[in-house]
Design a protein around this ligand. Structure first.
Ligand code: NAD
Length: 493
């Protein structure tokens, strides 16, 4: 008799697409979704294709006239209600993130707290997006007001299953657009809860849609003539593909890419604040943040800070206050960077390779890893590692440290640690990144400030959150009016 494989048991049914207010199966094959903490099957996700996307775009097109015609004050009422639903379900939403992504409970809760803050900004949009009006000649008035772009799409990465979708969903929709979300196929579950809660909050069917999948559906988004604007958040390689393909199809595109963030540590920096911040930045969310510290440039006599960084890093324990990385593939990549750096002459001060968490032997864990005397030309100093790994590069002075930072092809974040205001200013003026920290290791601009990097960390104009996003999600209409017959005519009107 042929052997039959044991049935696979999964905690959740397959993640479905959400189109026109209903969960529907996509037409493609199913991909396994694993819990990164133990490697066990958790769910499955549809790899959608162009017809699945087309159904979502048609639903959004149908919903658009009624939704965009509502005054913005009415549209944001949905997000006031949605915000309280996020609070009501706070613990359960965070728990789902921990299951699908692996991050710790505290990190998952921070993600929901940030989703709430992003929703609050959308609620404030009616106070911000008032138009302009001016009498430009006697009796002649010019006026600008904002209109939605239309049907838009948001493609998101695995590292924040809820926060990054909230970078775009509340603002785009409150500003009158209808949206198709393409979650990461590695963490597809939170998107379903977002759809359910938006529906419970009163969002009409078709305004928000979810299409799961990978490369094929992303390419279909870039090509679909019904989609007017696309945001992308993910690696630089794919950001470039999406930016090129979307703009070639004459769409508005904002594509955020990867990062290689440098923290410049000066000898006068406060020992405790600096070392604890550096370690929190390199190990928080297991280093899988585009704002994570990746290179510490230790300037001059900073051995005492390096020693303290290693002590703090030792207190970060896999399976306790450090989650797994997303996959075995990610773990292999991270360990390869460390191995090659060591072979090239870097000193491993703390080694997180081959980490096994008892009871979770199938989990994808990498412990905190600190390497000293890394040279700027090594791959570990130039490329995105995306794990709990800190490469320490030594510099003689601030100008040499800045030259190392400026040479990076990325430009998401940079930070300086010092007690000198003058030196801090010198560095913030010269660092080649879009988001700068002074004694802050993860300098995320909080609402209403906008999030977005420079160079290979962002392609397109504007930023993805806060004030910067308003321009992206709207187009202005300029109206010139004359009702006064006595106004006469001049060269313009
Ligand atoms: P990724 O680029 O592999 O995937 C991002 C999205 O693109 C996913 O939805 C995925 O399905 C899709 N995709 C993957 N390969 C594709 C291809 N060949 N063609 C078309 N689509 C494709 O990124 P990831 O691994 O999910 O996320 C980690 C990356 O995201 C890191 O590089 C990180 O720095 C970056 N990130 C950047 C920011 C930022 O603000 N700049 C924020 C978060 C994450």
């Amino acid at each position: 008799m042929p052997a039959t494989a044991a049935p696979v048991s999964r905690k959740y049914p397959p993640a479905l697409n959400f189109v026109a207010g209903r969960f529907v199966a996509g037409g493609g094959s199913l991909l396994e979704v694993l819990n990164p903490s133990d490697g066990a099957p958790l769910s499955q996700v549809t790899l959608s294709s162009a017809p699945d996307l087309d159904a979502a775009v048609r639903a959004a097109q149908e919903a658009l006239p009624a939704w965009s015609a509502r005054p913005i004050k009415e549209r944001v009422q949905v997000f006031y209600r949605y915000r309280s639903l996020l609070e009501r379900d706070f613990a359960a939403l965070a728990a789902l993130i921990t299951e699908e992504h692996g991050k710790t409970r505290a990190e998952a809760e921070a993600e929901i707290a940030k989703a709430i803050e992003l929703t609050e900004f959308a609620c404030s949009l009616p106070q911000i997006v008032t138009g302009e009006v001016l009498e430009v000649s006697r009796g002649v008035e010019c006026r600008t007001d904002r209109h939605p772009v239309g049907v838009v799409a948001s493609i998101v990465p695995f590292n924040f299953p809820s926060m990054v979708p909230h970078w775009t969903i509340p603002n785009a929709i409150a500003l009158g657009n209808c949206l198709v979300l393409k979650p990461s196929e590695q963490v597809p579950l939170s998107a379903g809860r977002i759809a359910e809660l938006l529906t419970e909050a009163g969002l009409p069917a078709g305004v928000f849609n979810v299409v799961h999948g990978g490369r094929e559906v992303v390419e279909a988004i870039c090509d679909h003539p019904g989609i007017a604007a696309v945001t992308f958040v993910g690696s630089t390689r794919v950001a470039q593909l999406v930016y090129r393909r979307g703009t070639a199809n004459l769409k508005r595109v904002l594509a955020l890419g990867g990062a290689k963030n440098h923290l410049l540590v000066l000898p006068d920096a406060d020992l405790e604040m600096t070392s604890s911040n550096v370690v929190a930045s390199m190990s928080g969310c297991t280093g899988q943040r585009c704002m994570a510290a990746s290179v510490m440039v230790a300037v001059g006599g900073t051995d005492h800070i390096v020693r303290r960084v290693v002590e703090h890093a030792r207190a970060v324990v896999p399976g306790q206050n450090l989650g797994p990385v997303i996959s075995q593939e990610a773990r292999d990549r991270i360990e390869r960077y460390v191995r090659e750096a060591e072979q090239a002459g870097a000193t491993v001060l703390l080694d997180g390779r081959s980490t096994v968490v008892p009871g979770r032997e199938g989990g994808f864990y990498v412990g905190p890893t600190v390497l000293d005397h890394v040279r700027p030309d090594m791959a570990i100093a130039r490329e995105e590692v995306f794990g709990p790994v800190l490469a320490i590069v030594r510099a003689k002075n601030v100008d040499q440290a800045l030259a190392i930072e400026n040479a990076s092809s990325y430009g998401n974040a940079a930070a300086v640690f010092t007690e000198s205001g003058g030196l801090a200013r010198y560095v913030t003026e010269r660092a080649g990144a879009g988001m700068i920290g002074v004694n802050v290791g993860v300098p995320v601009p909080r609402e209403p400030f906008s999030f977005g990097g420079w160079n290979d960390s962002k392609f397109g104009v504007g930023d993805i959150t806060g004030h910067g996003s308003i321009e992206f999600w709207t187009r202005t209409k300029k109206t010139t009016t004359k009702w006064n017959r006595d106004a006469g005519t001049n060269w313009m009107s």
